[in-house]
Design a protein around this ligand. Structure first.
Ligand code: G6P
Length: 365
């Protein structure tokens, strides 16, 4: 039927949309990167005057914001708060002329995100929206707008739109690091080169079959934990949300060092723990948390960046993530996490494209 034609040979829109990520990331990057001249970016507002950024959004868009916070604070040393839009709009946020309110939204129609934008706008604060749908309400109301070029997304659970949000936010973080003189030209050149390789790297990841094996480990369980530190924690949040949204398995993402302050009591023999380890600086710390859960019988699936060596004693199944610069690592790591969720939901026979109770875009409060 018509839907099957639209799915282009894929079983679900979600899988089709994941397979569009190499193209979506390439297009989004190409729209903003200016690699032939000294200025790094084009078509983006000048962010040099802000000393604080509030990233306000909902759901996956908020988790994309968490990745941005990690990159911007680490690399550009600009303060970033990530706020849930439905909280932000009622908390009377502390705003100043040096604050930029950055809204992230696939649809551009999310009621709470729009309300947060209007609140800032009424107070004369600059607003900048990262939106996927051209001409949407958030895009029209914001002072500045930059579009992600994911194309229309049909599956309720976002994949390619989120991936392009991460890509564009990573570019913004890179630009901020550049503006604030915290990155050398040599580093920039290297990152630009890697940006051009991203579509190929993502395409390779899509060919991999090991997500089916990993999916089988998880699919029979009703509780899963994700662990990570720093950037990997932000990635865990979205990995966990995606899994629970479409597979209906209860899942929690924990900052790896926080687990021992309570939730480790839920780890039993066989409990799946998905540990993400791409950040070299925090690698040893996360490994020691993995040892803690392993000692309590957890079934550890390790997503580890290539080049970081882990003894086989500490995991049950390993998935290697290609190594790229830290500024781009998020873009590469989201893809395997999405594929894993997809495989788990597929094995459980779930309605992947339309999970119960969820809406693609929440336009009422
Ligand atoms: C809904 C969708 C999520 C999405 C969130 C924010 O809950 O199901 O996938 O992340 O809204 O949507 P937005 O369009 O603002 O990115």
């Amino acid at each position: 039927d018509a839907a099957d034609i639209q799915k282009g040979g894929f079983e679900h829109f979600m899988l089709k949309e994941i397979h569009e990520e190499p193209r979506a990331v390439r297009d989004t990057m190409a729209a903003y990167i200016k690699d032939d001249i000294q200025d790094l970016v084009k078509n983006l507002p000048d962010l040099s005057k802000y000393n604080e950024i509030h990233i306000v959004s909902c759901g996956s868009a908020m988790y994309a914001g968490m990745i941005a916070k990690s990159l911007i604070e680490t690399k550009a040393r600009v303060k970033v708060d990530v706020e849930i839009a439905s909280e932000y709009r009622y908390k009377d946020p502390i705003l100043s002329k040096d604050t930029l309110v950055l809204l992230v939204s696939q649809s551009g129609e999310t009621a709470d995100t729009l309300a947060a934008l209007l609140l800032a706008k009424e107070q004369g604060i600059d607003t900048f929206a990262i939106v996927n749908v051209v001409g949407s309400s958030i895009a029209r109301e914001a002072k500045y707008v930059a579009y992600t070029l994911a194309g229309p997304e049909i599956a309720v659970a976002t994949t390619k739109a989120y991936c392009t949000q991460v890509a564009l936010l990573s570019l913004i973080a890179l630009n901020l690091a550049y503006i604030h003189n915290r990155i050398t030209q040599k580093e920039i050149d290297q990152i630009i080169e890697e940006i051009h390789c991203l579509p190929d790297i993502l395409n390779e990841l899509l060919k991999d079959e090991q997500y089916i094996t990993a999916g089988k480990i998880i699919s029979r369980h009703s509780n899963v934990f994700f662990l990570g530190r720093g950037l990997d924690y932000a990635l865990s949040m979205e990995g966990s949300l995606k899994l629970k949204e479409i597979s209906y398995i209860h899942s929690e993402a924990y900052a790896a060092g926080e687990l021992k302050h309570g939730t480790i009591s839920l780890i039993e023999k066989g409990t799946p723990v998905i540990a993400i380890c791409t950040d070299e600086r925090l690698f040893e710390k996360t490994i020691s948390n993995i040892k803690e859960v392993k000692a309590r019988g957890a079934n550890v699936i390790l997503f580890v960046r290539e080049g970081l060596n882990v003894s086989e004693d500490y995991y049950d199944y390993k998935i290697e993530i290609p190594k790229v610069d830290m500024m781009l690592q998020g873009i590469v790591t989201v893809v395997p996490l999405q594929l894993l969720s997809y495989q788990v939901a597929n094995l459980r026979g779930c309605e992947i494209d339309q999970p119960r109770n969820l809406a693609k875009s929440v336009t009422v409060e």
